[in-house]
Structure formats: C-alpha cells, structure tokens
Write a protein that binds this ligand. Structure first.
Ligand code: UD1
Ligand code: MG
Length: 506
C-alpha cells in the first residue's frame, strides 16, 4: 500500500494521546510473520475470537492503567488499523520498511511529542495474545520498585532447545562470586547463536570482565526474551540511535540496548513472568492453536461452577458474555445455564435462569433469553448489531430452526422443527404468548396473536388472530400459502431430457 494512503487511514483512526498519562505502550505489529504461512497479517490471527494485537493492546492499556498506546504497523497496515479501530489515547505509526524491533521502536518514538518520549516507555510484541493485564501490572510494579533504567520480562522455555526460536537471556554466571552474578549481559537471538562456531568459545564482556560461553551452552539457556520491555524514556531516547545491524538478520535489534545500557553504566533488570502462558508468542499455526486452547481452558475454569458444559473443549463464548455471566454470579443472580457441545455464542445477551442451549446451537447478535428457554440442537439465532431478538419464559425452539432479526417471541411458545422466523427493521415479527408453530412454516414480518396455533404456513407480513371453536379449543391456522407470482417464468421440463434422468446413462 502506498505510504500516502496509509497515512490517510492513520489520520482517520488516530486518537489523542494524553500528556498526563505518564507512560506509553509501544506495540510492535509491523512484521511479516512469514512462518505462519498465511495471507493474513500474523497480528490479525485470532485467539478466542479476537485479533492477537488487539488482545495485547487491551492488556497493555489496562495493566498500565490508562497509558497511551502507540501501535507500529507495516505489513497489511490498513487491515491491522481497521481491526483494532479508533480509540482514545491510541495512535498508529507506519514503519514503511521492517528493519527490526529496534527500528520499530525508533519509528514510534520519532512520532511522539518530546514530553511523552521522556515518560516511561513500555514495548510489547503484538503476537503474545495470552498476555493478561495482571501480568502487565506486576511487570510495571517490578520496574517501578527496581529503580532500573530498563527492564526485560522473561519466560522459561520448556521444550526441545533445538526448537526454541526465542532470544536467550545471557546472565553473568552464578558461580562467579562477584556482585554482578545474575546480571543480564546480553540477549542473543537464536539465529545468531546458531551461526556461531561450535568449537570456539564465545566471549562476552560485562563490567570489565570477560565471560566465555560455548554455542551449546547458549542454545540450552532456558530463559528467553518475551519481547516485553520497560524503559525510562530519557536514556531510551539518548541511546536508541546507537543500535547497529551487525547481526545475522541485518536488523536493528531492540535487545541490543542491553549491551549499550550496560556499557554506559545504566542499570538493566530482568524479571520472569509468573506464568509462562502469558508470554507465549506464536510463529506457526500449531502454537496459535495451542494458545487458543489455553484461552479456552481459562474461560472454562472461570465458568465451570456457574455454567453446565457438555464438553469443556468444544464451545465458544465471547469475552464480554463470559464477563457478564461472572458478574451475574457475583451479584447473586441464579444462572443455571447449560451449554451443549459445539455451542457458539458471540454477541450481547440477557439470560434468565435455567436457559438450555443444546449441542451445536449458534447464537450471534443481541438476544434476550427469558427463564427456562430451551434452544434445541443446531438452532441458529442471529440479529444484526442494532436489532434485538427476545424469547420469553419457558419457550422451546426445536431442532435446526432459524430465528433471526428484529423478532420477539412470547412466553410458553413451541416452535417445532423446520421453522424459519425472520423480522426485519421495517417488518418486525411479534409472536404472542403460548403460540404453537408447527413444522415447515416460514414466518416473515408478521404479528401472531396470543395462543394462536399455526401449522405448515408461509406468512409474509400477516397478522394472525386467534379464535376458538365451539369446544373452546384454539382453531388452528393451517396450510396458509400465498398466491403464486411470476408463474410465466416457470416452465415444465419434459421427462425425456437426458440431463434430468437418473442415474445418468454413461
Ligand atoms: C523477537 C526478539 C526475541 C524474542 C521474540 C519474542 C528481537 C531482535 N528479537 O524475535 O529476542 O525472544 O521476539 O517473541 O527483538 N516487528 C516490527 N517491525 C520490525 C520487526 C518486527 O513491528 O521491523 C514486530 C513484529 O511484528 C512482532 C515483533 O515485532 O510483533 C517481534 O518481531 P519478530 O520478527 O517476531 O521477532 P522474533 O524473531 O520473534
Ligand atoms: Mg516473533
């Protein structure tokens, strides 16, 4: 995309930075993500229904309580910007060429007013989609309490070292009985370690002393760089221009600031995340999938005492709904919700008590469920964002039905299988209490009065009254079908046409 066009999109989507915020989170989201083997930007891959960059940005904003957010975009800039959307205290910066994480931070700083550059600066990679605000908050507290000029958040790698693609945290060995034991000397990229000679020890200098590491020793370091950093803005700004691209990838590495800070006598700290899952990044689809299941397990664990799940590994409930359910429980509301296998609910919902969503129900948009509503297998309920679908107490909607749009269904209704109910903005559908609708019916934009009984009808913008027979029973409305239209365009095909014979002759 030409730079001019990106600049226009950015102007449209930029919010105002708050000079009082005291801190800014720079989120790096410009990179290629080649190993993910996808058309989509890596940053837009979703974890539990939300783009990873959006999750990182939410966690950063919340964990740093009210910090400004600056998102560096590059590859697929426009879709990344539009996915995250416009927000207060958030700006986008375009990194035209991806010359590395250090370059990305530099580009972000250059775009900020000077007084903001001098405040605390935090850096996050856009792909650590499981990052929680609690982890960000404790990192911020660690940084503040340490009084250091720079701090890196680390993780602990548990798999096969040969598959560890993270940058390794190289510390002064503990067996060195000096005051520097445990201090971080350098972060070494996996690719740079791999390029070393396996027989030659690799020397690293720290505080005037040289330490030697073998290629294998470096590869086996389990502590890795999560890509999350905290800086005092002043030394960061003074030193970022000193990065060089003297490495295998020919890029400016943000990690090289550690060596630069050490040499200048600035202080560098490192702290390990309490939970490793929070700092997992993904380079391939398998890890992304694993991250998604970890997220699902969390949702399950948070809800398992409030919601009956038929299958803990097969359901989707969007974050906002999960939070709402938890809040309802906290407020002492009885929920007693049952979620079948493969149920998908994504939208804004109101739940009465005792709602049951059977296997494979697919529910999106705004839906209000009364008490004891039962939604059978494979039912699809949906609305557009500005519409509402309401379903009254004790109503049952049977298997595979489709109910959508601007529609309300009263209490104690039975919508039997093979029914399609739709309401539009102009023609809402209103179904009264205790209505029975039998199979093979299509109802659009109609008003059905209380107690009515409808069998096998096609009703389009109709009002259906309810009347009683001599015995006082509801008289059913049956086989109402509109008059055909457009019959001139329909013709019969003779039996002799070959393409209509079955089985085909050859
Ligand atoms: C980086 C770290 C590595 C760390 C790992 C954690 C460096 C040099 N290496 O490696 O130590 O263990 O992240 O996941 O920092 N990006 C840009 N512009 C660029 C380059 C990258 O915005 O020019 C963004 C990417 O979109 C990504 C993040 O920065 O979100 C990290 O870049 P990536 O290429 O994934 O770096 P890694 O090789 O994983
Ligand atoms: Mg990466």
């Amino acid at each position: 995309m030409p730079k001019q066009d990106v600049t226009e999109v950015i102007q449209q989507y930029n919010g105002e930075l708050n000079p009082e915020a005291g801190a800014t989170a720079i989120i790096l989201a410009a990179g290629h993500g080649k190993r993910i083997k996808s058309q989509r930007s890596k940053m837009l891959h979703k974890i539990w229904g939300k783009a990873t960059v959006e999750r990182v940005s939410n966690a950063a904003r919340k964990g740093l309580s009210g910090a400004n957010v600056c998102i560096v975009v590059g590859i697929k800039a426009e879709s990344v910007i539009k996915t995250v959307g416009k927000r207060d205290q958030q700006v986008f910066v375009y990194q035209e060429e991806q010359n590395g994480t250090g370059h990305a931070v530099q580009v972000a700083l250059d775009a900020m007013p000077e007084f903001i550059q001098k405040q605390k600066i935090y850096v996050f990679p856009g792909d650590i989609g499981l990052l929680r605000d609690s982890t960000v908050k404790s990192f911020r507290e660690d940084f503040r309490d340490s009084g250091k000029d720079m701090m890196v958040l680390t993780g602990r790698y548990e798999g096969d070292p040969a598959e560890n693609y993270y940058g390794r945290i190289v510390r002064v060995p503990d067996d060195d009985q000096n005051k520097n034991a445990g201090n971080v000397i350098k972060i070494m990229e996996s690719k740079d370690i791999q390029a070393l000679d396996s027989d030659e020890p690799y020397p690293l200098e720290y505080d005037g002393k040289t330490y030697e590491f073998s290629r294998q020793e470096l590869l086996e370091i389990p502590e890795f760089n999560t890509g999350v950093f905290a800086f005092n803005g002043v030394p960061l700004n003074e030193n970022i221009a000193n990065l060089d691209a003297n490495n295998v990838q020919g890029e400016l590495y943000i990690t090289d600031l550690i060596g630069i800070f050490n040499r200048k006598g600035l202080s560098v700290g490192a702290v390990t995340a309490l939970e490793n899952r929070d700092v997992l990044g993904f380079n391939n689809k398998a890890v992304l999938k694993e991250m998604n299941s970890l997220y699902q397990q969390d949702v399950y664990n948070q809800l398992k005492n409030l919601v009956r799940f038929r299958d803990p590994d097969d359901f989707f409930i969007n974050d906002e709904t999960a939070e709402k359910l938890i809040q309802m429980d906290v407020n002492g509301t009885t929920l007693d919700l049952t979620i079948g296998k493969g149920v998908y609910i994504n939208g804004k919902f109101e739940f009465g008590a005792g709602v049951e969503l059977k296997d494979g129900a697919h529910i999106t948009g705004n839906v209000e469920f009364g008490n004891n509503v039962t939604i059978h297998k494979g039912v699809e309920l949906s609305t557009y964002p500005d519409q509402t679908l309401t379903i009254g107490d004790n109503t049952i909607i049977f298997q595979d039905n489709i109910v959508k749009g601007n529609t309300s269904i009263g209490s104690q209704c039975r919508i039997e299988s093979g029914v399609n109910v739709t309401g539009s903005d102009r023609y809402p559908t209103r179904i009264g209490n205790r209505v029975m609708i039998k199979g093979t019916s299509y109802i659009f934009g109609s008003i059905i009065e209380e107690n009515a009984w409808i069998e096998h009808c096609i009703l389009k913008a109709k009002r259906v009254h309810c009347h009683y027979d001599r015995n006082g029973d509801v008289a059913p409305v049956r086989y109402v079908i509109p008059q055909p239209e457009g019959l001139d365009d329909v013709e019969s095909i003779g039996d002799d046409r070959e393409e209509y014979t079955w089985p085909p002759s050859n």
